[in-house]
Design a protein around this ligand. Structure first.
Ligand code: ATP
Ligand code: MG
Ligand code: MG
Length: 302
């Protein structure tokens, strides 16, 4: 099988590990920088030109699309899908998961727990009311498309909350406002889901005095065994968003696990190092299973 990793940086831990896992399983591995692919769309069918040559014979792709290139990256994933390649993460699901608001709407419809969240259309003068919607202070304000913990603010008082909302809206930045989950104590849980199974889980504890647990913000990761409810929440979230490979972030609260967000290109370094699990290998196994099934159904249908 020929499996391509869509990644802009071949030196990233995740890219290197996936490359290695593909080769270890006896397949041909290649890395394609999606940001410099040209997409050709014509009557004879879709094709991709990469470094001056037509991309041919790719059986499956593993998209690793950074948040800043979601639009172009997902167009490339879609093109591969149209060309018949199996995508470990579906293009529509990536788009869905990138929008925090849309994801939370879908997760709430699926009956999953989450911090109470409010969204408003730059309402001038309505800041006080938004703060009340989520139960007053302390509260969390986040940019809709932030990542690595940047653009997440904790407001300790109602007044501070209102000013931050005003400031973001003044800059025309879209935000969500959320109840602050105190019991989480600056920690969150990352469950790594592959093909309807939790293949690894870690708890990330924020640095001293930091409410954000992101590893990029100095958080520390340790392996954790999930409760039954946490496992069910992680699997439910990945399923609701249509992601076969996902990093589900949850907070532990007095009312059970609360989903924060679901990542469609979750990093492998933190989770593999914390758990010792060969997560890259699990992703390759999943692809093998899907592509085999696809080939056998097409034979059966002939
Ligand atoms: N409602 C909340 N209550 C308590 N802590 C929170 C809340 N929301 C976020 N946090 C903390 O802040 C961190 C960053 O928030 P979140 O994951 O939503 O942002 P992000 O910038 O998208 O991060 P990522 O890099 O994981 O995409 C969380 O991991 C968690 O530790
Ligand atoms: Mg995020
Ligand atoms: Mg997060």
């Amino acid at each position: 099988m020929k499996i391509a990793i869509l990644s802009r940086n071949p030196n990233l831990y995740s890219t290197k590990r996936l490359f290695q896992a593909i080769q270890e399983a006896g397949h041909e591995a290649l890395i394609i920088n999606h940001s410099v692919c040209d997409l050709i769309i014509e009557q004879e069918g879709p094709s991709i030109i990469y470094k001056g040559e037509k991309v041919l014979g790719v059986d499956a792709i593993i998209p690793r699309i950074g948040a800043s290139v979601t639009f172009y990256g997902t167009a490339v994933v879609r093109q591969f899908e149209l060309m018949g390649a199996f995508a470990a993460v579906n293009s529509q699901a990536i788009v869905r998961s990138r929008d925090k608001l849309r994801s939370l709407q879908i997760l709430s419809k699926a009956g999953l727990g989450m911090p109470k969240t409010a969204f408003t259309n730059f309402s001038k003068g309505g800041e006080k009311q938004i703060v009340e919607h989520v139960g007053g202070a302390p509260l969390i304000i986040k940019l809709l498309e932030g990542t690595q913990g940047l653009g997440v603010v904790l407001a300790e008082t109602k007044k501070a909350g209102q000013s931050v909302i005003e400031a973001f809206h003044g800059l025309k930045a879209r935000i969500i406002v959320q109840e602050f989950i105190k019991e989480a104590k600056g920690a969150d849980i990352r469950a790594f889901v592959v093909n309807g199974k939790v293949v690894g889980a870690m708890k990330r504890q924020g640095a001293e005095g930091e409410f954000r647990s992101n590893l990029h913000r100095g958080g520390m990761a340790t392996v954790i065994k999930l409760s039954r409810a946490e496992k069910a929440a992680a699997l439910g979230a990945a399923k609701a968003l249509g992601l076969d490979v996902a990093g589900v972030d949850m907070l532990q609260s007095a009312r059970g696990p609360l989903i924060l967000e679901v990542n469609s290109s979750p990093g492998l370094e933190g989770i593999e190092k914390a758990t010792g699990v060969n997560i890259a290998g699990e992703i390759v196994k999943f692809i093998e299973e899907k592509v085999k099934k696809k080939t056998s159904t097409s034979v059966n249908n002939q």
